[in-house]
Design a protein around this ligand. Structure first.
Ligand SMILES: Cc1ncc(COP(=O)(O)O)c(C=O)c1O
Length: 1011
């Protein structure tokens, strides 16, 4: 007879009667799922309860012991269900041979329903279970010393008894193999580990999570609000609670070991674990998954129609198959590292041994007698463009020779722990998901020298591996020597990128004496395609990876991999200072920035990014993590475009002076630039920033009209000089601002989404233009200054023809139109090239900035000859840097790239794809209120309610943080801080547009953004 045959049989009506008669709770019963018992939620006027009717095999003592364990946890302020007494003052009542109890119904979301489970939530779960371990320490009860089919310590026995119920033979073999491994590697150790009464079932349906406030997505689903069901409490190994909880967090996550690490580390912080506990935890995670599948198989065979029984079966099988592939030792090292232990238990001892050893010189000559160069190839190295490193081997070779000063006998040293970008082959990706980490952290030391140079064994060893890894960017011929310390610790030294002759010379098992020549440096035709060098790596555990042991690791596991591969400088005893110095830490950079730079500079993202390289549409942080850039419109034609960089460098090497001498470059630029503009806009003034351009534009307009007053748009931003703060409503009406002065007239923002007049029609435009009429009636204006699309206003697209309508009124009043194209100019809006063109406006003055120099400070004011003449009133216009030949060369190069790569056309098509994708998302994600944009200047406005348009600012900032985690940099803007701002370098293609939309789709599906 199975346990299931002892399940109580009762209806909801009977459950309601039991609650009323035995516990004086009058309410409606709804059945809750359960494996062995029957549970009902009872909703009464004074709250909700859970009525549990136990399986008839349950003993009263067991239930009492469970209640005692739960009580101890409650006393320790752990969120468990409170139990209620019967009307007779008993904890347990009886019904038809079953015990009946009543508990609190705890509110919260099941952990199983939280997507994704954040790292904070994993930590919190681990911490709660660590506190359970503390609360139950010293508690014991004979009823809980039982042979129980969910006790992970009994996994091998349970599999032996129950695996025959698994109908699929392959699956059965899978768990039986695990049972063998468990018996061999785990069982003996388990008996020595700390034991106690444990909760025993923190599965993701027994853990409730605090849903928090919808208005605070960053705080939602971060904390455990309930640990349910002590029904599986048992006397077992204490560590099992962490392993059981972690087992359910490994399903479908990219890094299952990482998920386990988080739970165990937080458990350990509450309840210190021993080395042996840390050693078994990974196998216990697998054990729990095996128990899930064998127990499910038994139950499925007894009740084939019961869906609940199968709930966790399929994902558990999938996960189990995947987890069984993972190297147990690697999991153990990672778990140790996560808990702040040395990843390899012998690490320190081996390092100490190496530090006091006397190795033979690797190159046969003492280091001090060689010409040594520290070679830095980290992410921000100025030495290489990535294209050069992944170019031909000869190129690499030539570059490397130039590093060591063309000196064929010089030796380059460096690379240990260095984040590098040139591991470009698919083998260095963690998965096909572009958001997943790539391996960038170099685990060995490179010794750059000539091909053919012989290598001498630093210490005696035995050839353990001799193999040709002949894939591109791999090691080519590689030799691994095994060494043993006098204390009996084995470790390995690996030498990669060798000459083929090496493999003819050595064989596995061969003894190599200290100082003996055993290998030669290979050339680029055999060594994976690199400039000749030897990669030397110390390895504490080969992890069964043999010749495929990684020489490069992912940044998130930096400490683990560097722990398993200590610094080869120890093995080689390199002289102090012969390898490149390390940067200050990111944490230190932040602290020093706060100290050294003005405090009102803002920093994006939390934690902030330390970006050290840009290329095309990608930014790289100091660990080589890449980010798709969706916000930096300054790097208009792509970060560090080689044509632009070369043009600047070339001119910088020849001449850089001011405009008091004649020079061709600036004229060429002025001619080309003005050729893109309509009407009489043909005279340039060169400046260095958008602010300078707008400041000068105002002066010119005021000089020409002899008036002072200026009209500007609500929420507009034009720059940081005093005059521009005065006209920038976004600043003067915002924090720290003191309002607009009397000469500035602020016109209503023509916001087609949330303004008084909605939509983009001509009627809307005319309605908003009336407010310009109001401003004109206040004073005769010198000018109306307006962005052609209003950035800080929330990526506002103006209603059709609004600026043209405004111009008619302003011109009629004798004023000028200043088009601020600092954000949107230079083809971002598409082939129209300038935003004002899309508005039917021919301005009198245009100010340009940001994209003009692709990051170089180049800005321009262009006006008509007539207006320029009025400005020349006798006072010289001089600008030290404006119009210098370097800036002009860069400006010309940007125009070259725009033309050659047809980027305005691309901005139009790719931008349209983003807008269409985002509008499709809006059909599935309520949070998206509006999608607007022209070309690659796009806003996605988030609202809590599409009727009231309540802004979703906290949600927007949550979205950009989560996008960042997924490797896409988006930002927020708008007076209500609820608009996602998308204005990438316009070199994006369809793939980047699709990645952005896919990322937003995933992020918007996050439970924290749900209702
Ligand atoms: C529309 C607009 N105009 C002017 C400026 C000022 O340019 P800069 O920061 O180069 O001085 C900005 C800067 O964000 C801007 O967005």
């Amino acid at each position: 007879m199975s346990l299931l045959d002892h399940t109580p049989q009762l209806t909801s009506v009977q459950a309601e009667a039991l609650a009323r008669d035995l516990f004086a709770i009058d309410g409606r019963a709804t059945e809750l799922p359960s494996e062995r018992d029957r549970n009902f939620r009872i909703d009464s006027a004074d709250g909700s309860y859970v009525l549990k009717v136990a399986n008839s095999t349950e003993l009263l003592e067991t239930l009492e012991a469970q209640s005692m364990a739960a009580g101890l946890c409650a006393d320790a302020a752990i969120p468990v269900q409170r139990q209620y007494r019967t009307v007779n003052g008993e904890w347990v009542a009886q019904f038809d041979g079953h015990y009946v109890r009543v508990f609190d119904y705890l509110d919260g979301t099941l952990l199983a329903d939280v997507q994704p489970c954040s790292q904070q939530l994993r930590y919190d779960l681990g911490a709660v279970l660590g506190r359970v371990a503390n609360a139950l320490e010293g508690f014991d009860h004979p009823a809980l010393h039982r042979e129980f089919h969910w006790d992970v310590a009994r996994t091998a026995d349970v599999i032996a008894e129950r695996a025959p119920s698994i109908t699929d033979a392959d699956r059965r073999v899978l768990v039986e193999r695990f049972a063998d491994r468990f018996s061999r590697d785990v069982v003996a150790l388990l008996s020595t580990l700390p034991h106690a009464i444990i909760h025993g079932d923190a599965n993701d349906r027994n853990v409730l999570v605090d849903a928090g406030e919808r208005e605070q997505p960053a705080e939602r689903f971060r904390k455990v609000s309930g640990l349910l069901d002590f029904g599986d409490a048992v006397y077992s190994v204490v560590i099992a609670d962490a392993a059981i909880a972690a087992a359910y967090l490994t399903f479908d996550v990219e890094d299952p070991i990482g998920a386990v690490c988080d739970v165990v580390a937080a458990f350990d912080a509450q309840h210190r674990l021993t080395d042996d506990e840390l050693a078994v935890v990974w196998n216990l995670v697998l054990a729990r998954q095996c128990l899930s599948v064998v127990n499910a198989a038994v139950q499925t065979s007894a009740r084939p129609d019961d869906d609940y029984l199968r709930v966790s079966e399929e994902p558990a099988w999938r996960s189990l198959a995947r987890l069984l592939e993972i190297n147990t030792d690697l999991a153990r090292y990672r778990i140790r590292a996560a808990c702040g232990r040395e990843p390899h238990p012998n690490g320190q001892r081996i390092r100490e041994f190496l530090a006091q050893s006397s190795p033979a010189p690797l190159l046969g000559t003492e280091w001090n007698d060689l010409r040594l160069f520290a070679v830095d190839l980290s992410v921000d190295t100025p030495l290489f463009g990535i294209s050069e490193m992944s170019g031909t081997a000869e190129q690499g070779d030539a570059i490397m020779r130039s590093v060591v000063d063309g000196d064929a006998d010089a030796i380059g040293l460096g690379g240990y722990g260095e984040p590098r970008l040139f591991y470009t082959s698919p083998a260095y990706a963690s998965s096909e998901d572009p958001a997943s980490e790539r391996r960038t952290i170099h685990l060995g030391l490179d010794v750059w020298t000539r091909a053919g140079v012989p290598l001498h064994a630093p210490l005696a060893g035995v050839v353990h591996i001799a193999h040709d890894n002949d894939a591109p960017l791999d090691y080519g011929p590689v030799v691994v020597l095994r060494h043993t310390t006098p204390e009996g610790d084995d470790y390995f030294s690996l030498y990669g990128h060798l000459a083929r002759e090496t493999l003819a010379h050595v064989h596995v098992g061969q003894q190599i004496a200290q100082g003996e020549i055993f290998a030669w440096v290979g050339d680029s035709s055999v060594n994976g395609g690199w400039a000749p060098h030897a990669h030397v790596q110390v390895i504490l555990d080969l992890l069964d990876l043999a010749h495929d042991y990684p020489g490069v690791g992912v940044p998130s596991q930096r400490n683990v991999w560097l722990g398993l591969s200590p610094d080869p400088a120890l093995l080689l005893q390199l002289p102090e200072g012969s390898t490149p110095p390390r940067d200050r830490s990111a944490v230190q950079t932040l602290a020093d920035r706060k100290r050294l730079l003005g405090p009102n500079l803002s920093i994006s993202y939390d934690p902030p990014l330390r970006i050290v390289r840009g290329m095309g549409h990608t930014l790289y942080d100091d660990q080589g993590r890449s980010y798709l850039d969706a916000v930096n419109n300054v790097a208009h034609v792509g970060h560090c475009h080689p044509h632009v960089v070369r043009a600047g460098a070339r001119q910088m090497a020849v001449l850089n002076t001011n405009t008091r001498y004649l020079h061709e470059e600036v004229l060429r630029y002025a001619e080309r630039l003005t050729a893109t503009l309509p009407g009489d806009l043909s005279v340039c003034f060169f400046v260095n920033s958008g602010s300078e351009a707008n400041d000068l534009a105002l002066r010119i307009a005021q000089a020409h009209t002899g008036r002072r007053d200026v009209i500007a748009l609500e929420n507009g931003y034009h720059g940081h000089t005093q005059a521009l703060i005065d006209v920038s409503h976004y600043k003067n009406a915002g924090a720290g601002g003191s309002g607009a002065p009397e000469w500035v007239h602020t016109a209503v923002m023509p916001d087609a989404y949330r303004g008084e007049h909605r939509g983009y029609s001509r009627d809307t435009a005319l309605a908003y233009a009336q407010d310009i009429g109001r401003c004109i009636s206040e004073a005769e204006p010198a000018a109306f200054i307006a962005e052609s699309m209003v950035g800080c206003g929330g990526q506002i697209v103006l209603p059709d023809g609004y600026l043209g309508d405004a111009a008619a009124l302003v011109h009629a009043a004798g004023g000028l139109m200043i088009a601020d194209e600092v954000q949107v100019g230079f083809g971002r809006v598409g082939p129209a090239f300038w935003g004002f063109v899309t508005q039917g406006l021919v301005p009198d003055i245009v100010s340009m900035g940001k994209p003009a120099g692709n990051g170089h400070p180049l800005a321009v004011v262009v006006t008509t000859p007539e207006i320029a003449a009025s400005f020349a009133n006798g006072m010289e216009y001089f600008n030290t840097f404006g119009g210098n030949p370097v800036s002009a060369a860069i400006g010309n190069a940007v125009l070259d790239v725009l033309e050659i790569e047809q980027l305005p056309q691309r901005a139009e098509t790719v931008g349209a794809r983003i807008v269409a994708g985002a509008r499709e998302l809006a059909q599935r994600h309520e949070l998206i209120g509006d999608v607007r944009g022209l070309g690659m200047y796009i806003g996605i406005e988030l609202v809590r309610d599409r009727q009231s348009l309540e802004p979703a600012a906290a949600e927007a900032s949550y979205v950009i943080e989560q996008c960042k985690r997924r490797g896409v940099l988006v930002s927020t803007d708008g007076p209500l801080h609820n608009v996602l701002k998308i204005k990438p370098p316009i070199v994006w293609g369809e793939a980047e547009a699709d990645r952005l939309i896919d990322t937003l789709d995933r992020v918007l599906s996050d439970s924290a953004l749900g209702r």
